[in-house]
Design a protein around this ligand. Structure first.
Ligand code: MG
Length: 426
Protein backbone atom coordinates (compact mmCIF):
# COMPACT_ATOMS: atom_id res chain seq x y z
CA UNK A 1 0.00 0.00 0.00
CA UNK A 2 1.18 3.49 -0.76
CA UNK A 3 2.68 5.11 2.29
CA UNK A 4 0.92 8.32 1.37
CA UNK A 5 -2.44 6.82 2.18
CA UNK A 6 -4.73 9.22 3.94
CA UNK A 7 -7.81 9.12 6.03
CA UNK A 8 -10.66 11.24 4.82
CA UNK A 9 -13.44 12.84 6.73
CA UNK A 10 -11.32 14.63 9.30
CA UNK A 11 -12.64 18.06 10.07
CA UNK A 12 -10.78 20.87 11.77
CA UNK A 13 -11.77 24.28 12.97
CA UNK A 14 -9.25 26.17 10.92
CA UNK A 15 -11.05 28.47 8.54
CA UNK A 16 -9.33 29.74 5.43
CA UNK A 17 -10.42 32.37 3.01
CA UNK A 18 -11.09 30.68 -0.34
CA UNK A 19 -12.86 33.42 -2.21
CA UNK A 20 -10.02 33.69 -4.77
CA UNK A 21 -10.80 30.20 -6.06
CA UNK A 22 -13.47 30.08 -8.73
CA UNK A 23 -13.99 26.44 -9.62
CA UNK A 24 -16.35 25.45 -12.37
CA UNK A 25 -19.63 24.19 -11.02
CA UNK A 26 -18.19 23.39 -7.65
CA UNK A 27 -20.64 23.57 -4.78
CA UNK A 28 -20.85 26.75 -2.87
CA UNK A 29 -19.56 28.81 -5.78
CA UNK A 30 -22.40 28.90 -8.23
CA UNK A 31 -26.06 29.44 -7.44
CA UNK A 32 -26.48 27.22 -4.40
CA UNK A 33 -30.20 28.00 -4.38
CA UNK A 34 -30.73 25.38 -7.08
CA UNK A 35 -31.16 22.68 -4.49
CA UNK A 36 -31.60 22.11 -0.81
CA UNK A 37 -29.03 24.60 0.42
CA UNK A 38 -25.52 25.94 0.26
CA UNK A 39 -24.05 22.48 0.77
CA UNK A 40 -26.10 20.91 -2.00
CA UNK A 41 -26.25 21.69 -5.65
CA UNK A 42 -27.82 20.37 -8.79
CA UNK A 43 -27.09 21.00 -12.43
CA UNK A 44 -28.22 19.63 -15.75
CA UNK A 45 -27.73 20.36 -19.41
CA UNK A 46 -27.85 19.08 -22.93
CA UNK A 47 -25.67 19.23 -26.02
CA UNK A 48 -26.12 17.79 -29.51
CA UNK A 49 -25.04 14.34 -28.37
CA UNK A 50 -25.10 14.42 -24.57
CA UNK A 51 -27.68 14.91 -21.84
CA UNK A 52 -26.42 15.24 -18.33
CA UNK A 53 -27.26 16.10 -14.76
CA UNK A 54 -25.21 16.44 -11.61
CA UNK A 55 -26.11 16.59 -7.94
CA UNK A 56 -24.04 16.91 -4.81
CA UNK A 57 -25.26 16.75 -1.24
CA UNK A 58 -23.57 17.20 2.12
CA UNK A 59 -25.29 14.10 3.42
CA UNK A 60 -26.81 13.60 6.83
CA UNK A 61 -23.74 13.51 9.05
CA UNK A 62 -21.07 15.85 7.74
CA UNK A 63 -21.24 19.57 8.45
CA UNK A 64 -19.61 20.56 5.17
CA UNK A 65 -19.58 19.34 1.63
CA UNK A 66 -16.01 18.74 0.46
CA UNK A 67 -17.02 17.21 -2.88
CA UNK A 68 -16.87 19.16 -6.13
CA UNK A 69 -18.04 18.30 -9.58
CA UNK A 70 -17.39 19.52 -13.09
CA UNK A 71 -20.13 19.39 -15.68
CA UNK A 72 -18.92 21.26 -18.71
CA UNK A 73 -19.61 19.10 -21.76
CA UNK A 74 -17.77 17.23 -23.10
CA UNK A 75 -15.80 17.03 -19.83
CA UNK A 76 -17.29 15.81 -16.56
CA UNK A 77 -15.55 15.11 -13.27
CA UNK A 78 -16.08 14.39 -9.61
CA UNK A 79 -13.58 15.26 -6.91
CA UNK A 80 -13.87 14.21 -3.26
CA UNK A 81 -11.94 16.50 -0.93
CA UNK A 82 -9.92 15.49 2.12
CA UNK A 83 -8.54 17.42 5.02
CA UNK A 84 -11.61 18.81 6.70
CA UNK A 85 -13.45 22.09 6.46
CA UNK A 86 -11.72 24.87 4.49
CA UNK A 87 -9.30 22.26 3.13
CA UNK A 88 -11.10 19.36 1.47
CA UNK A 89 -13.52 21.56 -0.43
CA UNK A 90 -10.64 23.86 -1.43
CA UNK A 91 -8.64 20.94 -2.77
CA UNK A 92 -11.58 19.53 -4.73
CA UNK A 93 -12.51 22.99 -6.04
CA UNK A 94 -8.94 23.58 -7.24
CA UNK A 95 -8.95 20.14 -8.85
CA UNK A 96 -12.13 20.59 -10.91
CA UNK A 97 -11.09 24.11 -11.88
CA UNK A 98 -7.68 23.00 -13.16
CA UNK A 99 -9.14 19.94 -14.88
CA UNK A 100 -11.69 22.17 -16.60
CA UNK A 101 -9.02 24.56 -17.85
CA UNK A 102 -6.67 21.81 -19.03
CA UNK A 103 -9.13 19.19 -20.29
CA UNK A 104 -8.53 18.25 -23.95
CA UNK A 105 -11.02 19.29 -26.60
CA UNK A 106 -11.10 15.69 -27.83
CA UNK A 107 -11.52 12.38 -26.06
CA UNK A 108 -7.81 12.02 -25.36
CA UNK A 109 -7.28 10.05 -22.16
CA UNK A 110 -3.56 10.83 -22.01
CA UNK A 111 -4.25 14.57 -21.96
CA UNK A 112 -7.15 14.11 -19.55
CA UNK A 113 -4.79 12.26 -17.21
CA UNK A 114 -2.27 15.09 -17.66
CA UNK A 115 -4.99 17.56 -16.64
CA UNK A 116 -5.48 15.63 -13.39
CA UNK A 117 -1.73 15.63 -12.83
CA UNK A 118 -1.71 19.43 -13.28
CA UNK A 119 -4.53 19.60 -10.78
CA UNK A 120 -2.35 17.63 -8.37
CA UNK A 121 0.42 20.20 -8.71
CA UNK A 122 -2.11 22.99 -8.19
CA UNK A 123 -3.47 21.41 -5.01
CA UNK A 124 0.06 20.99 -3.64
CA UNK A 125 0.82 24.60 -4.52
CA UNK A 126 -2.49 25.73 -3.03
CA UNK A 127 -1.57 24.17 0.31
CA UNK A 128 1.88 25.73 0.18
CA UNK A 129 0.60 29.20 -0.68
CA UNK A 130 -2.22 29.30 1.83
CA UNK A 131 -5.25 28.69 -0.38
CA UNK A 132 -6.05 25.71 1.73
CA UNK A 133 -4.40 23.86 4.55
CA UNK A 134 -1.35 21.62 4.66
CA UNK A 135 -2.35 18.03 4.16
CA UNK A 136 -5.39 18.78 2.06
CA UNK A 137 -6.05 16.51 -0.86
CA UNK A 138 -8.73 15.06 -3.07
CA UNK A 139 -9.68 12.39 -5.55
CA UNK A 140 -10.40 13.10 -9.20
CA UNK A 141 -12.34 11.02 -11.70
CA UNK A 142 -12.92 12.62 -15.08
CA UNK A 143 -14.37 11.69 -18.45
CA UNK A 144 -14.44 13.37 -21.83
CA UNK A 145 -16.88 12.15 -24.48
CA UNK A 146 -16.42 12.77 -28.17
CA UNK A 147 -18.87 11.06 -30.50
CA UNK A 148 -18.44 7.35 -29.76
CA UNK A 149 -15.22 7.67 -27.77
CA UNK A 150 -14.94 8.27 -24.05
CA UNK A 151 -11.65 9.12 -22.37
CA UNK A 152 -11.43 8.26 -18.68
CA UNK A 153 -8.79 9.39 -16.18
CA UNK A 154 -8.87 9.00 -12.43
CA UNK A 155 -7.08 9.00 -9.11
CA UNK A 156 -8.58 7.84 -5.82
CA UNK A 157 -11.84 6.08 -5.16
CA UNK A 158 -14.39 8.28 -6.92
CA UNK A 159 -15.79 5.95 -9.53
CA UNK A 160 -16.85 5.90 -13.18
CA UNK A 161 -19.55 3.43 -14.19
CA UNK A 162 -20.98 2.63 -17.61
CA UNK A 163 -24.56 1.46 -18.03
CA UNK A 164 -24.70 -0.38 -21.36
CA UNK A 165 -27.67 -2.43 -22.51
CA UNK A 166 -29.07 -2.40 -18.98
CA UNK A 167 -25.91 -3.70 -17.33
CA UNK A 168 -23.75 -1.55 -15.05
CA UNK A 169 -19.99 -1.95 -15.34
CA UNK A 170 -17.49 -0.21 -13.09
CA UNK A 171 -14.76 1.23 -15.31
CA UNK A 172 -12.36 2.48 -12.65
CA UNK A 173 -10.28 0.63 -10.12
CA UNK A 174 -10.26 2.31 -6.71
CA UNK A 175 -6.92 3.45 -5.36
CA UNK A 176 -7.88 2.40 -1.85
CA UNK A 177 -6.74 0.09 0.89
CA UNK A 178 -9.92 -1.99 0.81
CA UNK A 179 -9.65 -2.40 -2.98
CA UNK A 180 -6.20 -3.88 -2.42
CA UNK A 181 -7.70 -6.27 0.13
CA UNK A 182 -10.37 -7.24 -2.40
CA UNK A 183 -7.72 -7.74 -5.08
CA UNK A 184 -5.77 -9.94 -2.67
CA UNK A 185 -8.89 -12.00 -2.04
CA UNK A 186 -8.89 -11.14 1.67
CA UNK A 187 -12.33 -9.52 1.68
CA UNK A 188 -15.28 -9.36 -0.68
CA UNK A 189 -16.54 -6.25 -2.45
CA UNK A 190 -19.53 -6.16 -0.11
CA UNK A 191 -17.24 -6.37 2.91
CA UNK A 192 -15.11 -3.58 1.47
CA UNK A 193 -18.12 -1.30 1.34
CA UNK A 194 -18.55 -1.45 5.14
CA UNK A 195 -14.92 -2.04 6.11
CA UNK A 196 -13.68 0.32 8.88
CA UNK A 197 -10.73 1.33 6.68
CA UNK A 198 -12.84 1.94 3.59
CA UNK A 199 -11.89 5.62 3.59
CA UNK A 200 -8.16 5.00 3.34
CA UNK A 201 -7.07 5.80 -0.17
CA UNK A 202 -3.68 4.95 -1.58
CA UNK A 203 -3.38 7.54 -4.34
CA UNK A 204 -4.69 11.08 -4.19
CA UNK A 205 -4.06 14.60 -5.36
CA UNK A 206 -2.23 16.92 -2.98
CA UNK A 207 0.82 15.15 -1.60
CA UNK A 208 3.06 13.46 -4.17
CA UNK A 209 4.33 15.70 -7.02
CA UNK A 210 5.04 12.55 -9.03
CA UNK A 211 1.52 11.21 -8.66
CA UNK A 212 0.08 9.88 -11.91
CA UNK A 213 -3.46 9.26 -13.11
CA UNK A 214 -4.80 6.03 -14.54
CA UNK A 215 -6.31 6.65 -17.96
CA UNK A 216 -7.88 4.82 -20.89
CA UNK A 217 -10.38 5.26 -23.70
CA UNK A 218 -13.41 3.09 -24.46
CA UNK A 219 -16.15 3.07 -27.08
CA UNK A 220 -19.59 4.35 -26.14
CA UNK A 221 -22.75 4.33 -28.18
CA UNK A 222 -26.11 6.02 -28.21
CA UNK A 223 -28.17 4.76 -25.31
CA UNK A 224 -25.21 4.41 -22.97
CA UNK A 225 -25.39 6.10 -19.59
CA UNK A 226 -22.18 7.13 -17.80
CA UNK A 227 -22.11 7.71 -14.08
CA UNK A 228 -19.39 9.39 -12.00
CA UNK A 229 -19.73 9.41 -8.24
CA UNK A 230 -17.91 10.01 -5.00
CA UNK A 231 -17.69 7.24 -2.42
CA UNK A 232 -20.60 8.89 -0.64
CA UNK A 233 -22.73 6.95 -3.14
CA UNK A 234 -20.71 3.77 -3.74
CA UNK A 235 -20.08 3.18 -0.02
CA UNK A 236 -23.73 3.68 0.89
CA UNK A 237 -25.48 1.49 -1.66
CA UNK A 238 -24.45 -1.62 -3.54
CA UNK A 239 -23.57 -1.60 -7.22
CA UNK A 240 -26.71 -3.66 -7.88
CA UNK A 241 -28.81 -0.82 -6.44
CA UNK A 242 -26.90 1.74 -8.47
CA UNK A 243 -27.62 -0.36 -11.53
CA UNK A 244 -31.33 -0.77 -10.73
CA UNK A 245 -31.80 2.95 -10.09
CA UNK A 246 -29.80 3.92 -13.18
CA UNK A 247 -31.84 1.58 -15.35
CA UNK A 248 -35.20 2.71 -13.97
CA UNK A 249 -34.54 6.45 -14.07
CA UNK A 250 -35.82 7.95 -17.29
CA UNK A 251 -33.57 10.99 -17.42
CA UNK A 252 -30.13 11.95 -16.10
CA UNK A 253 -31.83 14.36 -13.71
CA UNK A 254 -34.07 11.62 -12.35
CA UNK A 255 -31.05 9.34 -12.06
CA UNK A 256 -28.94 11.74 -9.99
CA UNK A 257 -31.92 12.65 -7.82
CA UNK A 258 -32.80 9.01 -7.17
CA UNK A 259 -29.21 7.93 -6.57
CA UNK A 260 -28.49 10.73 -4.10
CA UNK A 261 -31.81 10.07 -2.38
CA UNK A 262 -30.91 6.38 -2.06
CA UNK A 263 -27.55 7.23 -0.47
CA UNK A 264 -29.26 9.59 1.97
CA UNK A 265 -31.91 7.05 2.85
CA UNK A 266 -29.15 4.58 3.75
CA UNK A 267 -27.72 7.08 6.22
CA UNK A 268 -25.89 9.66 4.12
CA UNK A 269 -22.75 9.30 6.23
CA UNK A 270 -20.60 11.07 3.65
CA UNK A 271 -20.92 13.83 1.12
CA UNK A 272 -22.51 12.33 -1.96
CA UNK A 273 -21.97 13.52 -5.50
CA UNK A 274 -23.31 11.97 -8.70
CA UNK A 275 -22.91 13.02 -12.33
CA UNK A 276 -24.93 11.16 -14.96
CA UNK A 277 -24.29 11.62 -18.67
CA UNK A 278 -26.49 10.07 -21.35
CA UNK A 279 -25.05 9.50 -24.81
CA UNK A 280 -27.89 10.36 -27.19
CA UNK A 281 -28.25 9.70 -30.87
CA UNK A 282 -28.51 12.92 -32.84
CA UNK A 283 -27.18 11.31 -35.97
CA UNK A 284 -23.61 12.44 -35.39
CA UNK A 285 -22.57 9.18 -33.77
CA UNK A 286 -24.38 7.20 -36.44
CA UNK A 287 -22.66 9.20 -39.15
CA UNK A 288 -19.34 8.65 -37.47
CA UNK A 289 -20.04 4.92 -37.20
CA UNK A 290 -21.00 4.78 -40.90
CA UNK A 291 -17.85 6.68 -41.82
CA UNK A 292 -15.78 4.22 -39.82
CA UNK A 293 -17.62 1.31 -41.45
CA UNK A 294 -17.00 2.74 -44.92
CA UNK A 295 -13.34 3.27 -44.06
CA UNK A 296 -13.12 -0.28 -42.70
CA UNK A 297 -14.77 -1.72 -45.80
CA UNK A 298 -12.52 0.39 -48.05
CA UNK A 299 -9.37 -0.76 -46.28
CA UNK A 300 -10.68 -4.34 -46.40
CA UNK A 301 -11.28 -4.13 -50.15
CA UNK A 302 -7.81 -2.70 -50.75
CA UNK A 303 -6.25 -5.50 -48.69
CA UNK A 304 -8.37 -8.04 -50.54
CA UNK A 305 -7.22 -6.62 -53.89
CA UNK A 306 -3.59 -6.75 -52.76
CA UNK A 307 -4.01 -10.36 -51.59
CA UNK A 308 -5.71 -11.28 -54.89
CA UNK A 309 -2.90 -9.64 -56.87
CA UNK A 310 -0.25 -11.44 -54.81
CA UNK A 311 -2.11 -14.72 -55.31
CA UNK A 312 -2.34 -14.16 -59.07
CA UNK A 313 1.36 -13.32 -59.28
CA UNK A 314 2.17 -16.40 -57.21
CA UNK A 315 0.04 -18.65 -59.41
CA UNK A 316 1.66 -17.18 -62.50
CA UNK A 317 5.10 -17.70 -61.04
CA UNK A 318 4.33 -21.31 -60.11
CA UNK A 319 2.83 -22.10 -63.50
CA UNK A 320 5.90 -20.74 -65.28
CA UNK A 321 8.36 -22.55 -63.06
CA UNK A 322 10.02 -25.86 -63.97
CA UNK A 323 12.40 -28.19 -62.32
CA UNK A 324 13.98 -31.60 -62.91
CA UNK A 325 13.41 -33.96 -60.04
CA UNK A 326 12.79 -37.54 -59.10
CA UNK A 327 9.79 -39.78 -59.58
CA UNK A 328 10.49 -43.08 -57.93
CA UNK A 329 13.77 -44.42 -59.36
CA UNK A 330 13.82 -42.30 -62.47
CA UNK A 331 14.39 -38.66 -63.40
CA UNK A 332 11.24 -36.63 -64.11
CA UNK A 333 10.20 -33.15 -65.20
CA UNK A 334 7.89 -31.07 -63.00
CA UNK A 335 5.90 -27.90 -63.61
CA UNK A 336 5.90 -25.61 -60.55
CA UNK A 337 8.14 -25.33 -57.51
CA UNK A 338 9.24 -28.16 -55.27
CA UNK A 339 7.23 -27.08 -52.20
CA UNK A 340 3.76 -27.20 -50.71
CA UNK A 341 1.48 -24.60 -49.20
CA UNK A 342 -0.96 -25.56 -46.44
CA UNK A 343 -0.70 -29.18 -47.51
CA UNK A 344 -1.14 -28.50 -51.21
CA UNK A 345 1.71 -29.35 -53.62
CA UNK A 346 2.88 -26.40 -55.69
CA UNK A 347 3.94 -28.65 -58.60
CA UNK A 348 2.55 -31.19 -61.05
CA UNK A 349 4.35 -34.06 -62.76
CA UNK A 350 4.86 -33.17 -66.42
CA UNK A 351 6.97 -36.02 -67.80
CA UNK A 352 8.73 -39.13 -66.56
CA UNK A 353 11.96 -40.12 -68.28
CA UNK A 354 13.72 -43.50 -68.61
CA UNK A 355 16.88 -42.16 -66.98
CA UNK A 356 17.63 -44.26 -63.92
CA UNK A 357 18.82 -42.44 -60.83
CA UNK A 358 21.33 -45.16 -60.07
CA UNK A 359 23.14 -44.41 -63.33
CA UNK A 360 23.87 -40.84 -62.23
CA UNK A 361 26.62 -39.56 -59.93
CA UNK A 362 25.68 -39.45 -56.25
CA UNK A 363 26.01 -35.65 -56.00
CA UNK A 364 23.63 -35.17 -58.91
CA UNK A 365 21.14 -37.60 -57.38
CA UNK A 366 21.06 -35.45 -54.22
CA UNK A 367 20.46 -32.31 -56.30
CA UNK A 368 17.63 -34.01 -58.17
CA UNK A 369 15.91 -34.91 -54.91
CA UNK A 370 15.97 -31.19 -54.04
CA UNK A 371 14.87 -30.26 -57.57
CA UNK A 372 17.15 -28.80 -60.22
CA UNK A 373 15.46 -25.53 -61.19
CA UNK A 374 15.39 -24.68 -64.89
CA UNK A 375 13.91 -21.76 -66.76
CA UNK A 376 11.56 -23.62 -69.09
CA UNK A 377 10.12 -26.96 -70.10
CA UNK A 378 12.52 -27.04 -73.08
CA UNK A 379 15.49 -26.56 -70.76
CA UNK A 380 14.16 -29.32 -68.53
CA UNK A 381 13.99 -31.72 -71.49
CA UNK A 382 17.46 -30.67 -72.62
CA UNK A 383 18.77 -31.31 -69.09
CA UNK A 384 17.28 -34.82 -69.03
CA UNK A 385 18.69 -35.42 -72.50
CA UNK A 386 22.15 -34.35 -71.29
CA UNK A 387 21.87 -36.86 -68.41
CA UNK A 388 21.00 -39.61 -70.87
CA UNK A 389 23.91 -38.67 -73.15
CA UNK A 390 26.25 -38.48 -70.18
CA UNK A 391 25.23 -41.98 -69.08
CA UNK A 392 25.62 -43.28 -72.62
CA UNK A 393 29.04 -41.63 -72.92
CA UNK A 394 30.15 -43.04 -69.58
CA UNK A 395 29.03 -46.51 -70.59
CA UNK A 396 30.86 -46.31 -73.94
CA UNK A 397 34.00 -45.12 -72.21
CA UNK A 398 33.73 -47.93 -69.69
CA UNK A 399 33.20 -50.40 -72.50
CA UNK A 400 36.28 -49.13 -74.32
CA UNK A 401 38.36 -49.50 -71.17
CA UNK A 402 36.97 -52.98 -70.66
CA UNK A 403 37.71 -53.91 -74.29
CA UNK A 404 41.32 -52.67 -74.03
CA UNK A 405 41.80 -54.57 -70.82
CA UNK A 406 40.48 -57.76 -72.43
CA UNK A 407 42.75 -57.28 -75.49
CA UNK A 408 45.82 -56.80 -73.28
CA UNK A 409 45.12 -59.97 -71.34
CA UNK A 410 44.78 -62.01 -74.55
CA UNK A 411 48.14 -60.63 -75.91
CA UNK A 412 49.94 -61.58 -72.71
CA UNK A 413 48.61 -65.11 -72.87
CA UNK A 414 49.77 -65.46 -76.54
CA UNK A 415 53.28 -64.16 -75.73
CA UNK A 416 54.45 -65.28 -72.26
CA UNK A 417 57.90 -63.60 -72.76
CA UNK A 418 56.22 -60.26 -72.81
CA UNK A 419 54.40 -61.08 -69.63
CA UNK A 420 57.60 -62.21 -67.96
CA UNK A 421 59.29 -59.00 -69.13
CA UNK A 422 56.44 -56.89 -67.62
CA UNK A 423 56.61 -58.69 -64.29
CA UNK A 424 60.36 -58.13 -64.26
CA UNK A 425 59.91 -54.37 -64.73
CA UNK A 426 57.96 -53.91 -61.51
MG1 MG B 1 -16.29 10.85 0.26
Amino acid sequence: MNLLARLRGTDTSLAQETSDIEPVNSPGHDDPSLSEGAEAQCRNGVTASLKWAARTDVGKVRAHNEDSFLALAPTFAVSDGMGGHAAGEVASAIAVSVISKNAPAHADDLLLGAAIEKANAAVIEGAATGKGKPGMGCTASAISIEQNKMAVAHVGDSRVYLLHNGALVRLTHDHSYVEELVDAGEITADEARVHPSRSVITRALGSDPDMYADHFTIDVSAGDRVLICSDGLSSMIEDSQIEAISVSSATPQAAVDNLVAAALSEGGYDNVTVVVVDVVDDGVIDQHRKRRLRRFVGVGLVLLAICAALFAVSVLFVRNSWYVGVNGDVVAIYNGVNANLLGHDLYTLSETSTVQLEDLPEALRASLHEGVVVSSEAEAKATVKSYREQIKSDRERAQQVADKSTAGTETSQDNPAVAVSDEGGE
